[in-house]
Design a binder for this molecule. Structure first.
Ligand SMILES: Cc1cc2nc3c(=O)[nH]c(=O)nc-3n(C[C@H](O)[C@H](O)[C@H](O)COP(=O)(O)OP(=O)(O)OC[C@H]3O[C@@H](n4cnc5c(N)ncnc54)[C@H](O)[C@@H]3O)c2cc1C
Ligand code: FES
Length: 273
């Protein structure tokens, strides 16, 4: 059992949970994730390790369905049945020069340990974060402390500049900024737009993919994705891949494979989606 130290709402439908998970924390690095199970009958879901503090880890989750809804009901002092990890490859945080890290929605929290790792490796790190509105802009202060420059965008202009993260990236590229690496995590469509923008400019771009994971250890095939024309597994080969090689159309189609069942599961439990 893994003790929950805190479980707080930090934005509409977004919660931050601190967990005691000493063995996970000991080995975890930016870009990796855990598979959690609330109780012995619960489904396993992947959540990125958003921070590591001694023997504790932080996860930040958006409430989208049954399991994430059930997570909101867990109180500090109670426990999760399983926290398996760290899983996936850690971010290859070498010195590249100037790295532009882009996060959308709850992906902003997932970006934090990655930004810190790139900064610690001696890179200049530019962060661009975007959300629908001001209330959904999370981790702004935390990220500001570990990067060189930060840009915020909101769809409605209530924080930072109005528009999408890709608008800022385009402006930076058009102004001749020397960007050596782009890293993107967030909605698939955002990562696709970023990849389409950097491909012609030849800027190496990584995307952290969020396909549907079941076992998280390379056995079931549910997280398969086409990368450079080959089948890869997001859980064991990723979750980060060369964004220019990812078949995002296929990925987006596969993400909604279980939509009917997920909606049904919410309906029978009286959880509104
Ligand atoms: C490597 C990885 C890291 C992730 N990190 C985070 C994170 O840090 N914070 C966060 O809020 N979300 C993260 N996600 C997505 C998160 O796992 C899903 O939102 C969660 O599983 C939804 O479960 P649910 O029962 O609440 O919703 P459901 O109603 O079951 O599903 C809602 C939507 O969530 C996605 N989803 C459902 N089950 C899974 C699954 N087993 N694996 C992946 N996606 C699923 C699907 O797109 C689905 O349509 C990550 C996904 C991956 C693959
Ligand atoms: S989640 Fe089963 S193979 Fe990746």
């Amino acid at each position: 059992m893994f003790k929950i130290l805190s479980n707080e709402k930090i934005a509409p439908a977004v919660f931050r949970m601190d967990l005691e998970a000493a063995l996970v924390a000991k080995k975890a690095a930016g870009g990796q994730f855990v598979m959690i199970r609330i109780d012995e009958k619960g489904e396993r879901i992947p959540l990125t390790i958003a921070d590591i503090n001694g023997k504790n880890i932080t996860i930040v989750y958006q409430v989208v369905g049954v399991t994430t809804h059930k997570l909101t009901e867990k109180k500090a002092g109670s426990a999760l049945e399983d926290v398996v990890g760290p899983l996936g490859h850690a971010t290859d945080a070498r010195k590249f020069g100037t790295v532009c890290c882009i996060g959308g929605g709850v992906g902003i929290a997932e970006l934090y340990p990655v930004v810190r790792a790139y900064k610690n490796a001696g890179n200049k790190v530019i962060v661009i974060i975007g959300a629908r509105n001001k209330e959904l802009v999370i981790f702004k202060d935390k990220l500001s402390k570990v990067c060189d420059e930060i840009f915020v965008t909101t769809d409605d202009g209530s924080d930072g500049e109005k528009g999408f993260v890709s608008n800022v990236l385009k402006r930076l590229m058009d102004s001749g900024a020397n960007i050596d690496l782009v890293y993107a995590v967030g909605p698939a469509v955002m990562m696709k737009v970023v990849a389409d923008m950097t491909r012609p400019a030849g800027i190496k771009t990584l995307a952290s993919l969020n396909t549907v994971l079941v076992d998280g250890t390379g056995m079931c095939g549910s997280c398969r994705i086409e990368v450079a024309g080959e089948t890869r597994f997001a859980c064991v080969d990723g979750p980060e891949f060369d964004a220019h090689e990812v078949n995002f159309e296929e990925m987006m189609a596969r993400q909604s494979l279980f939509k009917d069942k997920e909606a049904h599961a919410c309906k029978i439990r009286g959880i509104l989606q």
